[in-house]
Design a protein around this ligand. Structure first.
Ligand SMILES: [Zn+2]
Ligand SMILES: [Zn+2]
Length: 169
């Protein structure tokens, strides 16, 4: 069985990010911390648009260039992961405390669900070995239609007639 991964520890990630900046001699500014917090404490996979909106709602004035530069720092620090779910823009999520997990993406509404599975992790290692690879990491995305969209589909569609089912009698 698969299960949802544990939630991220936003406070621990903030501390790790400050440490990462100091080690590289990058100033720990209020703006950089605000951008980091908007990803670390988000309960979903956020886009740059989501981040800008969250910052504006909190009254933080952060320029677009700073948002992008900070996201780069966060990705290179390994504290957040960048995703491309085929929407034409990137999404971000805190990583370190969450461990490995995979994604299911709904093609209708864009909803992203997460799952973690030991069996799945082992399978990735086995597949790599079968090809002579040593497994380092992997990225796996399942695209489909979520339960809600399926329900909406079947509610919108009229019940099938006997002809539709190929019945000739
Ligand atoms: Zn959906
Ligand atoms: Zn995720």
């Amino acid at each position: 069985m698969t299960s949802p991964p544990p939630p991220a520890d936003g406070a621990a990630l903030m501390e790790a990010f400050r440490r990462h900046l100091r080690e590289r001699g990058v100033p720990v500014t209020q703006q950089r911390q605000a951008v980091a917090a908007s990803v670390f404490f988000a309960d979903r996979h956020v886009s740059v648009g989501d981040i800008e909106q969250a910052l504006a709602e909190r009254g933080d004035r952060v320029g677009k260039a700073t948002v992008y530069r900070t996201l780069e720092l966060l990705v290179s620090s390994g504290l957040i992961q960048e995703h491309d779910f085929g929407e034409g823009f990137k999404r971000y999520e805190p990583l370190a405390a969450r461990g490995y997990h995979e994604h299911l993406i709904c093609l209708r509404c864009g909803r992203v669900e997460e799952f973690a599975s030991d069996r799945f992790d082992r399978m990735n290692v086995v597949i790599a070995e079968e090809h002579g690879f040593r497994h380092e990491h992997h990225r796996w995305e399942i695209y489909g239609v979520c339960p809600e969209c399926q329900r909406r589909d079947s509610a919108a569609r009229p019940a099938p007639t006997p002809q539709d089912r190929g019945c000739t009698r």
